[in-house]
Design a protein around this ligand. Structure first.
Ligand SMILES: [Zn+2]
Length: 349
């Protein structure tokens, strides 16, 4: 089953610069019609230098700092289900490696108890532990996302003019009997696929393609893209062997497509993107998880772009820090009254 729910964000798109290889005749006509040729030519000459030679990670780092230019903060959170950091380190993942090398990375962050997708994703997205959001299993009974909303919902509440986006193939994150999922219809654009129905690799590929398309034609400010294939593959094979590792490598290729789409955005040079990549839990060697062993409780968090190269050392980092970090980057002050358990990773801790 494929469901795509789309509510227009209601603000116009910006087009100020493109890499030369991505400029088409239609866009040139648009530039001329807009009467901003000189401005665009200056901006694009800078982009051409960058786009022609630099690696993907360097491009992310090359975005102007807020001090130098007024840039628009934006967040892309990529969540990959069930990736053990020690296995991730053994799998060829050139896209994530490049981002980590020029950004900020920890392979020693901690997830929720229990180490199960329902509570763990709820904590990553809301910034609070299960005692608050109430989700302790994959039935989502006891959830209270009204009191503890996801960071995308907070964005809609605090800054409704910002455009939010979520793409996922594990249905309970967006559709639950009785309503009130963690990613509700108040998120401006939701791409909701069913990985069990489509096949997980296929579903991840399709939602990645839709997110890439959205980055090209719309103007999202806060995004969450969920990739479910690694976790499901490990469960299917009951191991952390070759199939699981291939699924992680495929997820890295999807990460690469998303980063490329960010980099190719018309307004990229005037945008301050923070890319966050993380996972909800680890797993045992037999593929299972849910317990409190180090293999199950240890997760990675990767941050790239913006000023992440200057962030303080990770120290003790937790899954609940991700939402706080995203909100902080968007300039949404974290109200102490929200009682978030997480703290922004880029701030002194
Ligand atoms: Zn999971």
């Amino acid at each position: 089953m494929t469901t795509v729910i789309h509510r227009p964000a209601g603000h116009s798109e910006r087009a100020t610069c493109l890499c030369p290889r991505t400029i088409g005749p239609g866009f040139v006509a648009l530039i001329r019609a807009s009467g901003t040729v000189a401005l665009l030519a200056r901006a694009c000459s800078r982009a051409a230098l960058l786009c022609g030679a630099a690696a993907m990670a360097a491009l992310l780092c090359a975005s102007p700092t807020p001090a130098a230019t007024q840039t628009t903060p934006k967040v892309l959170l990529i969540g990959i289900d069930g990736v053990r950091p020690d296995v991730l380190a053994e799998v060829p993942t050139p896209n994530m490696d490049a981002l980590a090398a020029s950004g900020w990375y920890t392979a020693e962050a901690r997830t929720t108890t229990p180490s199960v997708s329902g509570p763990s994703w709820s904590s990553m997205l809301t910034g609070v532990w299960p005692e608050k959001h109430g989700v302790t299993d994959n039935n989502f009974t006891g959830r209270d996302y009204d009191a503890w909303p996801s960071f995308l919902t907070r964005v809609e509440q605090e800054r409704p003019a910002l455009a939010t986006f979520a793409a996922l193939d594990w249905l309970p994150l967006a559709e639950l009997e009785g309503g009130d999922p963690v990613l509700p219809p108040s998120v401006d654009t939701r791409v909701v696929l069913d990985g069990y129905d489509l096949g997980w690799a296929e579903a991840d590929a399709e939602l990645t393609a839709q997110a890439v398309r959205h980055l090209a034609i719309a103007d999202p400010d806060a995004m969450f893209v969920y990739l479910g294939n690694p976790d499901e593959t490990s469960h299917q094979h009951g191991s952390i062997g070759a199939e699981y590792r291939d699924a992680i490598a495929l997820a890295d290729r999807h990460v690469g497509m998303l980063i490329e789409a960010v980099r190719a955005r018309p307004g990229y040079m005037n945008e301050d993107w923070l890319v966050l990549i993380s996972t909800d839990h680890g797993r045992r060697a037999d593929g299972g998880h849910g317990g409190d062993s180090l293999e199950e409780m240890t997760i990675f968090i990767l941050a790239s772009g913006s000023d992440t190269a200057n962030w303080p050392p990770p120290g003790r980092a937790f899954i609940v820090d991700v939402a706080a970090t995203a909100l902080d980057h968007l300039g949404i002050g974290i109200d102490p009254g929200w009682e978030l358990d997480g703290r922004p990773l880029g701030r002194p801790r």
